[in-house]
Design a protein around this ligand. Structure first.
Ligand SMILES: [Mn+2]
Length: 234
């Protein structure tokens, strides 16, 4: 990793996370059931697979008292939590097993015992400067520099968490620049709106998703007719 770009204290936490994982044959991964959480889990799973470790991934739609009791009841000696955890740091600190939390949500408390990695702890806004997949990716390259190719998966999470919308900042810029330099990413000019006419864009859009229009050909035609637009949608 380029130590000139990433805060040294962040790097220390990432190496500690990698060391903790190296001490276990089996790791239980918990992550968030959204684009960022699934990308983060995929990055950690791939890194563990490459490192020859067994693992299981469990996704939660939200981290609440119910999912915390599932986590507490897990029989694993090492758990990795991605894209979740910031609101339950004290509870994770009280667990007996090795815990690594790689999150980007607003920090309430710093951890005392467990290994906690979050951009907010290093003066960066985790809402825009690094998402769950960013943190999972930084962990993956702390485990092995050979994991730089997983930066492609990290960008699925960054886009899924809408962190690219106003331009990349913070840790995400580091991922882009290094990813391009290392030949894993390509920066292209242009719009994220897919090419094609209005009709196709309305039909295929999931952002925004318009109920009764998106994915619904008859709905698209009805909307275009209502708006007095050309049904060919050009
Ligand atoms: Mn996220």
């Amino acid at each position: 990793m380029d130590e000139g770009v990433l805060p040294p204290k962040l790097l220390t936490r990432l190496s500690k996370a990698a060391d903790l994982v190296r001490g276990h044959d089996f790791i239980q991964v918990f992550s968030h059931y959204d684009a960022d959480g699934i990308s983060a889990a995929a990055i950690v799973a791939k890194a563990l697979l490459r490192d020859g470790r067994d693992f299981r991934v469990t996704l939660f739609t939200t981290l609440d008292d119910d999912s915390m009791s599932v986590i507490r009841d897990t029989d694993a000696d090492c758990i990795v939590v991605t894209d979740l955890g910031a609101s339950y740091i004290k509870e994770f600190d009280a667990m007996a097993c090795d815990v690594i939390v790689l999150d980007h949500h607003t920090v309430i408390d710093d951890a005392e015992r467990i290994c906690y990695v979050n951009p907010h702890l290093h003066g960066m806004d985790g809402m825009v400067a690094g998402c769950g997949a960013t943190m999972a990716f930084l962990f993956a390259i702390a485990l092995d520099e050979g994991n730089w190719d997983l930066v492609q998966v990290a960008f699925a999470g960054i886009a899924g968490d809408r962190q690219h919308v106003n331009g990349l900042t913070g840790l995400n810029v580091h991922l882009l620049e290094e990813g391009v330099d290392r030949g894993h990413l390509e920066a292209a000019e242009g719009s994220l709106i897919p090419p094609g006419g209005l009709r196709d864009n309305l039909l295929t859009s999931s952002e925004p998703y318009i109920s009764g229009v998106s994915g619904d050909e008859a709905g698209v035609l009805a909307l275009l007719a209502e708006a007095g637009a050309d049904p060919a949608g050009s």
